[in-house]
Design a protein around this ligand. Structure first.
Ligand code: GLV
Ligand code: MN
Ligand code: MN
Length: 449
């Protein structure tokens, strides 16, 4: 196996090389002026898959693109054909994105496989890396398409989803060179995997506030998304109050009420998209369409607030002579990270923290002790939620500046990424050590039986 020039020469891809690769992927964008936008099944998606595949091969993996456009790689374990530990995240982005959401997770996974391959240690499981094609859901309105294909939870109803240009998901597949009829080939079985681990930027301020580079994810909040259409009557802006049925005024009242209902229940609600028809300065809005993304720690609380929101929409529209229609575009239940994988991530963070502390000790007479790993609830959605349908999941969060994400200002430090790579590698090795100890204990139990 030849090592790429940007490694340290020992197969240990550096944090600096990972960040350079993030910069390189950021250049594959459909947006002008240096902004980043890369949606599912676009030419930019094909380009980043090709780059990731090359890096996977450099790391010693065999590669393939699956039937949903996810880029995959595999490094065999101690014997060929073992179930795999799956490592991954996504390469698609929101509009005006940062360069690390999803991308850092894919590139960290490749770097860790490269380290393990170069170290020559044979694990009691194979390692697979997956770069999912769609986590954000910005092109077709429903999220996690790549990871749901792998999890075998693809819905045929999705084929008719359209993007802003009117292209169906079905046609986007064929344009990308994929065969919609073959989608089930992307589905993997629970028996294929021993677990799934994902590195991701925190997308929240907690690690920064606690002055910690890394954290263990406890669970991922469930989300539901809706398209809400309020219809009134378009007409001249001179129409008197008694005769107006203004869809935008109704939508505005509803959006403020949604914020209040969600806030009172300690949930998060975001209306990030609003369109008005016919959209003219001197015409009353006849129709307003807006999105709603509703999230909470517990699915039952979130669903109860959605019922309150539906009742409130009916009430506001009845009072204003408007009509409301709602359409759910996405639903993902909350996902819990398993105790076992939370344990290996915490162990990895401790190993990386001790290494960092010993480096500080060499430089400083009174270094801070390595802190205990903290657990965090993720309010952002992740591919892990879909993969949880197949196998147990664990996630490692990396501090990001100000908790800012889904914005060009997304930022991480090289030192934090270096610790994340060390922690992720140590977590994989801790799981391997646990599996080996587990199988030795199983064999001993079998022998004595
Ligand atoms: C993706 O980042 C999401 O949380 O929706
Ligand atoms: Mn995101
Ligand atoms: Mn993400």
């Amino acid at each position: 196996m030849t090592l790429p020039a940007e490694t340290t020469g020992s197969g240990r891809t550096t944090a600096s090389a990972v960040l350079d690769r993030c910069d390189e992927l950021a250049t594959h964008s459909s947006a002008p002026d240096g902004l980043i936008e890369r949606v599912y099944l676009s030419p930019e998606h094909a380009a980043v898959n090709a780059l990731a595949a090359g890096w996977m091969r450099d790391a010693g993996m065999t590669t393939w693109q699956d039937a949903a456009g996810n880029q995959c790689g595999r490094l065999e374990g101690a014997t060929p054909g073992l179930p795999a530990l799956l490592l991954g995240s996504h390469l698609d982005t929101v509009p005006s994105a940062g360069r690390y959401d999803g991308i850092l997770g894919v590139l960290s996974a490749i770097a860790v496989v490269e380290r393990i391959a170069a170290g020559g240690c044979s694990l009691p499981f194979a390692l697979e890396v997956v770069a999912f094609g769609d986590e954000e859901g910005t092109r077709f309105g429903t999220a996690l398409l790549g990871s749901r294909a792998l999890a075998g939870t693809w819905l045929d109803a999705w084929w008719e989803l359209t993007d802003d240009a009117g292209t169906t998901l079905h046609d986007a597949f064929t344009d990308f060179g994929l065969d919609p009829a073959a989608i089930t080939a992307a589905a993997r079985s629970s028996n294929d995997f021993v677990g799934y681990l994902e590195v991701h930027i925190e997308q929240g301020p907690v690690l920064e506030e606690r002055d910690l580079p890394l954290g263990v994810v406890s669970s991922i909040a469930g989300a539901r998304r809706f398209q809400i259409t309020i219809t009134g009557k378009a007409g001249h802006s001179g129409t008197p109050w008694s005769h107006r049925r203004d869809a935008l005024a109704g939508a505005s009242e509803a959006i403020v009420a949604i914020e209040r209902l969600a806030r009172d229940a300690d949930l998060i609600a975001t209306v990030g998209h609003l369109e008005v028809f016919p959209d003219a300065v001197n015409v009353i809005a006849g129709r307003a369409e807006f999105s709603l993304d509703l999230r909470g720690r517990f699915d039952a609380d979130r669903d109860a607030v959605w019922q309150q929101i539906e009742a409130m929409l009916e009430e506001i529209c009845a009072a204003r002579g408007l009509h409301v229609a709602v359409h759910q575009t996405h639903a993902a239940p909350a996902a819990h990270c398993s105790d076992r994988l939370r344990g290996v991530i915490a162990a990895g963070i401790e190993v990386a923290g001790l290494e960092a502390a010993s480096i500080r000790a060499a430089e400083d007479d009174e270094p801070d002790p390595a802190p205990e790993p903290v657990e965090l609830l993720s309010m952002a959605g992740h591919d892990a939620m879909a993969v949880a349908h197949l196998t147990e999941i664990g996630m490692l969060f990396v501090r990001c500046a100000g908790g800012v994400s889904h914005h060009p200002d997304e930022s991480v430090t090289e030192a934090d990424v270096a610790q994340a790579l060390d922690a992720f590698e140590a977590a994989v090795l801790a799981l391997a050590a646990g599996s080996a100890a587990g199988s030795a204990a199983d064999r001993a139990a079998e022998d004595s039986a």
